[in-house]
Write a protein that binds this ligand. Structure first.
Ligand SMILES: O[C@H]1[C@H](O)[C@@H](O)[C@H](O)[C@@H](O)[C@H]1O
Length: 533
C-alpha cells in the first residue's frame, strides 16, 4: 500500500478487524450524521452563531458607516473639502484590502484555526476604528480604512466557514442567509448611528464617533472568542479527534456521555478529511509541469464541470457588485445631499432598512422559490428601478456634475428644491424598488456558491469567487463618483441597468436551479453542460 492509499486518520473501531464493508459503513455513518442534523439547533449552536455573527455585523457596520462619514467630515481631514478622488480612495481602499487579505486568511485558518482568524480580525477592527477616529489627514484615514478592509476580508471568509463547520449540516444553507442578515443589520445600525450623530453631535466629533464605535462590538467578540470552541472539522484535521468529539457532544447536548449520533458525526468528519487528503494527493500525482503542487487549481480549471461551476459562481459574485448596489451603500448620503434632501443621512437610512427587511423576506422565500427563479424574478425589477432613477435624475438640475462639487455648493436653493420635489421622490422610490429586488436575489444567492463545487475543489472555487466579489466591489467603489462626473448620474444608473440586463441573460443561460437538491445532486447538474432545463 503506498502512502496515498493508507488511511490518514485511523478508524478505531475497524482498524484491527479483517475485511469490513467500508462503503456500507460509510453510508450508515453518513445517514446517522444526516439524521442527527435534522434536529433543531440547540442553544449552544445558536450562541456560537451569534458570537461569530458579530463579525458579519462589523463587516456591515464598517462598510455602511462610510456613507454618513463622507458627508460629515467637512474640512476635518487635511484642512480642505474632500475631492471625488479622496472619497473614492477612502471608500475603495477597504475593498482592495479585503481582496488582498482573503487568500492569506484561508491559509491562517487552515494552519492556526478558525478562531485565531476571528480574533486577529477583531484586533484589526479595533486598531482600524481607533486610527480612523483620531486621523487628521486623508492618508491617515485611508490607512485606517485599509486596516478595516483587512479585517472585513478575513471576517467575510472565516465566519461562514466557522458557522458551517460547527452547525448541524441541515442548517448550513439557511445560516448563509443569516450571515447576510447580520451584514445588513450592521449596515442598518451604521446608518442609524450615522444619522443620529450627524444630526445631534458636533460637526467636529460626530464622524469620529461614527467610525470609532466599530471598536466596541469587536472588543466584545474578542472577549467571547476565548469561550468559543475551535470547529470539530479543524480539530480532526489537526489530529485532535478527542477534542472534536467533546465539541460535537456539546453541540448535540450530550456532553460527557457516549452518544451514537456524536460518534457518527465524528466518523463522518474523519472520512471527509481523509477523502479530501486522498484527493489532494491524487491531484498532485496527476498534475505535471507547472501544475505540480498546485493540483487543486489544475483540477478546478481543467475539469469541465468544475470550470462551469467556477464560471457560474464568479458570474454571480461579479454581478452582485457590478450591478452597482454598493455605490448606494457607500454614497447614498452623498447622492441625497446633492439632490437637496434636508437630512441626507436620514433619507439614506431608507436604503439600509429596505436592504435589511428584504433580506429577511429572502430568508423565508429562498428555499421555496429557488435560487435561479428568485434571480430571474428580481433582476428585471432592479433594472426597472435603475432606469426610473435615471429618468428622475434627468429632471433634476444637477449641473455642473454633482460629484465634482463639494456638498455645501451642491445643496440647491429652497425654490429649486420645491421645484424638483417630484423627480427627487421618483428617484427615492425607484432606488427603494432597486434595493428591495437586490436584497431578495443578488444580495444573497451568490453566497450559496459552495453548493456548486464538489468537495475536492470547494474551498479553492469558493475562494476565487469571493475574490471576484471583492475585486468588483473595489472597482465599483473607485469608479462610481468619477463615472457620475464623466457620464452624469442618469447615464451611470443606465450603465448599471445594462449590467443587470446582461447579467439576466447570462443567469438565464447558465445558472441551473439548485434549491432542494443535495450537494451531490447540485454538483452533478454540471456534469455534461450547464444543467439548465
Ligand atoms: O451580501 C452582501 C449584502 O448584500 C450587503 O448589503 C452588501 O453590501 C454586500 O456587498 C453583499 O456582499
Amino acid at each position: 500500500m503506498d502512502s496515498s492509499q493508507a488511511p490518514l486518520i485511523s478508524n478505531s473501531r475497524h482498524d484491527d478487524d479483517a475485511p469490513y464493508d467500508a462503503a456500507a459503513d460509510e453510508r450508515a455513518s453518513r445517514a446517522a450524521a444526516g439524521k442527527a442534523s435534522n434536529e433543531q439547533p440547540g442553544l449552544f449552536v445558536l450562541i456560537l452563531t451569534f458570537a461569530a455573527g458579530i463579525s458579519g455585523l462589523l463587516f456591515g457596520y464598517d462598510t455602511g458607516v462610510i456613507s454618513a462619514t463622507l458627508v460629515s467630515i467637512g474640512k476635518a481631514l487635511s484642512d480642505r473639502d474632500l475631492t471625488s478622488m479622496d472619497k473614492s480612495i477612502i471608500t475603495s481602499s477597504t475593498s482592495l484590502f479585503a481582496l488582498l487579505i482573503s487568500p492569506f486568511s484561508s491559509h491562517i485558518a487552515d494552519r492556526l484555526g478558525r478562531k485565531r482568524v476571528i480574533l486577529y480580525a477583531d484586533v484589526l477592527f479595533i486598531v482600524g476604528a481607533a486610527l480612523q477616529a483620531v486621523s487628521s489627514t486623508v492618508p491617515l484615514m485611508v490607512a485606517g480604512r485599509c486596516i478595516i478592509g483587512a479585517a472585513v476580508g478575513a471576517a467575510s471568509f472565516v465566519v461562514p466557514l466557522y458557522i458551517a463547520e460547527v452547525a448541524p449540516s441541515s442548517y448550513r444553507g439557511r445560516l448563509v442567509t443569516i450571515n447576510v442578515l447580520f451584514i445588513t443589520l450592521g449596515q442598518m445600525a451604521a446608518y442609524v448611528i450615522g444619522w443620529a450623530l450627524s444630526t445631534y453631535a458636533s460637526q467636529e466629533t460626530g464622524w469620529r464617533w461614527m467610525v470609532g464605535l466599530g471598536a466596541l462590538p469587536a472588543a466584545l467578540q474578542g472577549a467571547l472568542v476565548a469561550l468559543m470552541p475551535e470547529t470539530p472539522r479543524w480539530l480532526v484535521k489537526a489530529g485532535r479527534s478527542d477534542d472534536a468529539r467533546r465539541v460535537v457532544q456539546k453541540v448535540n447536548g450530550v456532553q460527557g456521555r457516549f452518544d451514537g449520533t456524536a460518534e457518527a458525526i465524528i466518523k463522518e468528519i474523519e472520512m471527509e478529511v481523509r477523502e479530501e487528503e486522498e484527493m489532494r494527493l491524487l491531484q498532485d500525482r496527476h498534475a505535471s509541469g507547472p501544475w505540480k503542487g498546485l493540483g487543486v487549481w489544475h483540477e478546478l480549471l481543467s475539469v469541465g464541470k468544475h470550470r462551469r461551476a467556477l464560471a457560474i459562481a464568479c458570474l454571480l459574485q461579479g454581478l452582485q457588485q457590478l450591478c452597482g448596489f454598493n455605490s448606494l451603500m457607500y454614497f447614498s448620503a452623498t447622492i441625497f445631499s446633492i439632490m437637496g434632501f434636508e437630512s441626507p443621512t436620514l433619507t439614506s437610512l431608507i436604503v439600509a432598512i429596505t436592504n435589511f427587511v428584504f433580506t429577511l423576506v429572502a430568508l423565508v422565500l429562498i428555499d421555496r422559490i429557488g435560487r435561479r427563479r428568485i434571480l430571474l424574478y428580481s433582476i428585471p425589477f432592479m433594472a426597472l428601478g435603475l432606469l426610473l432613477a435615471a429618468a428622475g435624475f434627468s429632471h433634476l438640475s444637477l449641473e455642473p456634475s454633482p460629484a465634482a462639487r463639494n456638498d455645501d455648493e451642491a445643496t440647491p436653493s429652497k425654490t429649486e428644491v420645491e421645484h424638483e420635489t417630484r423627480p427627487a421622490v421618483v428617484v427615492l422610490v425607484s432606488i427603494m424598488v432597486y434595493v428591495a429586488s437586490y436584497a431578495l436575489g443578488l444580495g444573497n444567492v451568490p453566497w450559496m456558491q459552495s453548493e456548486l463545487f464538489p468537495l475536492s475543489v470547494r474551498s479553492a472555487g469558493s475562494g476565487v469567487a469571493t475574490a471576484t466579489n471583492w475585486a468588483a466591489n473595489f472597482a465599483v467603489g473607485l469608479t462610481f463618483l468619477p463615472l457620475m462626473d464623466a457620464l452624469s448620474p442618469s447615464w451611470t444608473f443606465v450603465l448599471y441597468a445594462v449590467v443587470c440586463a446582461v447579467g439576466y441573460g447570462l443567469v438565464w443561460r447558465i445558472y441551473p436551479e439548485t434549491a432542494g437538491l443535495s450537494l451531490e445532486e447540485a454538483t452533478a447538474l454540471l456534469d455534461h453542460g450547464w444543467g439548465v432545463r
